[in-house]
Design a protein around this ligand. Structure first.
Ligand code: SF4
Length: 295
């Protein structure tokens, strides 16, 4: 992978990105890779030497790593805390590597720290990908260290939290950070889940990414009112939108808002090599923040 610096970010930031010491070593899969869409993981592996990323697209990842470096300090001279601990486990002929953030031994509590957007939590409980990740670490801890975690939580640090939104909305996180309880699976369920993910990744041809994989947002029909910037109401179905508009007075119009493939558009490191995305009508040909600024 090579790194560009189209925004001319200062050298210390670029070097901090380059000096990322993480490596999968001799493992076949990392836990993160196992949870990622099989097509994405395969393309990334096959095109590892040609891939190009811009430093500006790695800033959030850098901030996440900064938080983990700080949390690592918590274990200094504390026998009760295991932090940033790497586990390797052999399962179904494959070596899986995972690094959990912290385990408090007296409580048998596993924690993962995430610097993320508040929108991950609004309208729902623990996101399923957090639940899957933490339960795999729990399964690995039991397999490799004989430690059975009794409770688990993600400590979410909101990178886009707004005090204004917190006072305005009741479904919005009320502080800059939140403890999100992770439902624990029984170990047999986790093992079956890992086996299924391995099978998907080992298939001769990886399956196409699903709507869920690409973080698809559906097309919408917006009822607009003259003199108002935001939509009066949004519909996924054109006929329903037209019916509703018929009940309104004059000065209203219908606006089509095309759907999005958010991951392909902005977050997939393999999008340049992906035939599915190249042939997707939602593809407008912009692949990164830097490209969008320079195009
Ligand atoms: S570009 Fe989209 S469809 Fe292609 S691998 Fe990435 S997420 Fe999947």
């Amino acid at each position: 992978m090579s790194l560009t610096n189209k925004l001319r970010l200062p050298e210390p930031i670029v070097q901090a990105i380059i000096n990322d010491t993480y490596t999968k070593g001799d493992a076949d899969f990392s836990v993160t890779e196992l949870l990622s869409p099989p097509q994405l993981a395969r393309l990334r592996r096959d095109h590892a030497s040609e891939s190009v990323e811009d430093a500006s697209d790695r800033i959030w990842s850098l901030l996440g790593q900064a938080v983990h470096s700080v949390i690592e300090r918590s274990a200094t001279n504390k026998d009760n805390i295991m932090s940033e601990t790497t586990l390797n486990t052999n399962f179904n002929g494959m070596k899986i590597k995972g690094t959990f953030d912290s385990l408090t031994i007296s409580d048998l509590e596993l924690n993962d720290y995430k610097v993320t957007t508040v929108w991950k939590l609004i309208g729902g409980g623990c996101p399923i990908e957090w639940e899957q990740q933490v339960n795999i670490y729990r399964w690995m801890l039991e397999r490799e260290k004989g430690i059975l975690v009794k409770q688990a939580a993600v400590i979410a640090i909101w990178r886009d939290w707004s005090v204004r939104e917190a006072t305005r909305r009741t479904d919005y996180p009320q502080a800059q950070a939140a403890r999100v309880e992770v439902p624990l699976w029984d170990l047999a369920t986790t093992e079956a889940f890992v086996a299924a993910r391995l099978a998907l990744h080992m298939a001769a041809e990886p399956q196409a990414c699903s709507d869920e994989d690409i973080w698809a947002k559906p097309s919408k029909w917006a009822i607009m009112k003259k003199g108002r910037a935001s939509a009066v109401r949004l519909f996924e179905d054109q006929a329903a939108a037209l019916d509703f508009m018929g009940t309104l007075g004059s000065g209203h119009s219908l606006e089509y808002r095309p759907g999005q493939a958010t991951r392909c558009e902005s977050y997939c490191p393999a999008s340049a090599y992906c035939a599915q995305w190249q042939n997707d009508p939602r593809n407008k040909g912009i692949s990164s923040v830097a490209d969008s600024l320079f195009s």
